[in-house]
Design a protein around this ligand. Structure first.
Ligand SMILES: [Cu+2]
Length: 168
């Protein structure tokens, strides 16, 4: 390979954004079903990159982002996702993105609730009387430009709808 071609390749590679996408990055998907949990409770995204919550359950869920220092919901970061009847029906989703790096905590207010721990700090717990998975229906979105963190997303976060994940 000639030196000029190598130079062009090196220059072009340097122009790619941190995560390697020339245009806007694809969404990161987080899924839920009748088991009442988020299958990928920790995902990382770039600032501005969408997280799409996909409801493959027949029942509704919510996604409420909150400040863990106070329990207050984040303005304009609350989604209600109606149920999806099945694989052949329209799939209900909620999309969200954040402009600045940080940890963005959320829970489903139907199946979990926030409880105080120390001072005004809160953590989600499973809502009494609800069924499904033993842990609270909650998660965190890590907004970052760190390539190592972005590469740790589970493979299912690249798929909009998961075959065989309906029901629960
Ligand atoms: Cu829920």
């Amino acid at each position: 390979m000639s030196r000029s071609i190598v130079t062009v390749i090196v220059v072009l590679a340097g122009m790619l954004p941190t995560a390697g996408w020339a245009a806007s990055p694809p969404p990161v998907y987080a899924h839920m079903n009748g088991g009442n949990y988020f299958l990928e409770p920790v995902v990382a995204v770039l600032p501005g990159q969408k997280v799409v919550f996909v409801n493959q359950d027949t029942d509704a869920h919510t996604v409420v982002f909150y400040d863990p220092r106070t329990g207050s919901p984040l303005p304009n970061k609350i989604g209600t996702i109606s149920g999806t009847k099945g694989p052949t029906d329209a799939i209900s989703t909620y999309s969200v993105s954040f402009n600045h790096p940080g940890f963005k905590f959320y829970y489903c207010s139907v199946h979990a609730q926030l409880k105080p721990t120390f001072n005004k700090l809160v953590q989600p717990v499973k809502r009494a009387g609800t069924g499904g998975f033993a842990g609270p229906m909650a998660g965190v979105v890590v907004v970052t430009t760190d390539t190592a963190l972005l590469q740790q997303n589970p493979p299912t976060t690249a798929e909009r709808v998961l075959d065989g994940f309906f029901g629960g």
